[in-house]
Ligand binder design. Sequence first.
Ligand code: UPG
Ligand code: MN
Length: 419
Amino acid sequence: MMEIRQLFATERVAGRPVYRLHAVTVAAGILLVLYYRAARVPAAGEGRAAWLGMLVAELWYAAYWVVTQSMRWSPLRRHPYRDRLAARYGERLTCVDIFVCTAERESEPPSLVISTVLSVMAYNYPAEKISVYLSDDGGSVLTFYALWEASLFEKHWLPFCKRYNTEPMSPAAYFSESDAHQDLRIPKEWSRIKEMYAEMTERIDTADMSGKIPEEIKAKHKGFYEWNQEITSKYHQPIVQILIDGKGGNADDNEGNVLPTLVYMAREKRPQHHHNFKAGAMKALIRVSSVISNSPVIMNVDCDMYSNNCNTIRDALCFFLDEEMGHKIGFLQYPQNYKNLTENNIYGNSHQVTNQVLMGGMDSVGGLMYVGTGCFHRREVLCGRRFTEDYKVDWKGGIKEKTQESIHEIEEKAKSVGR
Ligand SMILES: O=c1ccn([C@@H]2O[C@H](COP(=O)(O)OP(=O)(O)O[C@H]3O[C@H](CO)[C@@H](O)[C@H](O)[C@H]3O)[C@@H](O)[C@H]2O)c(=O)[nH]1
Ligand SMILES: [Mn+2]
């Protein structure tokens, strides 16, 4: 019988004996504290209430400590084998829907939002299999405008990323980082794209500050006419605009390659219905995307994040497509890190303990935590499918045949579920 080689490796994190030694000393400490408490029970009226209070607090701490050990006892680490995935599947890979959420234009400026969108469109993955959805809970025409600009810039940015394996794929992060290398790489092209990006950002920021979009720009896309005087962020009809129809064949970059599908969505908002914040946006995204691309795998990110690894999707698929374990994996959480931390990082906000210990520890006891961003889900899992041992996926499902429906018809259908 031929051996099936796993698409990912699992290993125990080193240094467990040291941690266990530490845990034993803490356990001994807790037992001594409890012994001390039990050996010195004060007489009534001599501070017994305080003694009881201390005892309860110490017992509570001891219980908490015992329970949290399960998360630190033997953390796991997983490594995908991308080369094995390539050998087994080649480019016969599944479609992926990517959701980006934004809500407040003041704290999440449109120029930053589209950098995130551009970063997730530039994955090293067949472009016709990626559909990116921006959910705008601010329901702002200025965010729509920024996304429209991004859909044009994309035609230059995507080939640039693919040709030079550019990382990070967020233009904002890339151009702020790589100034030092500009002459070593591709000076002319680098400067041209950088300039283009700077000009686009300026147009977006100017519109954002003035709150106005020039009429000649509005005339270039029908989507701008979804907005009228009555619309506010809390009161509007569902808006869905397909800015790039990747599968429709009319979406080529400036080198003739297909681009990923790009969709703007502002779900319906009415003051009498609660919108349920990001969870509400995610549910609307699941429904709207089911009408447009219906990919079996969904990834989601917050709009102020960006993806820094162009092989993220392929790595994720190593887990979902693994013959032995894949059917048991419902979602995959990537670590979330911050940029621009100070060197000393005194508040521990580089998430080292979370990423290196807690996540791996939770993984070892049956499942980690969905942190709300940087996560891949199977669509079925989000739609309520229950796990069974014989679960098998037809990964071709969801790859939509070209339909006779026009973009307009698909948008209207999507709007009817965009609530
Ligand atoms: O009505 C809303 C409110 C928020 N969001 C979006 O939800 C995301 C998270 O909201 P935010 O207010 O930025 O929360 P943070 O505290 O910054 O984010 C923390 O909590 C989030 C869980 O909601 C995680 O996704 C993040 O990783 C984590 O950093 C952002 O993209 C928002 O645009 C909406 O789409 N609709
Ligand atoms: Mn945030």
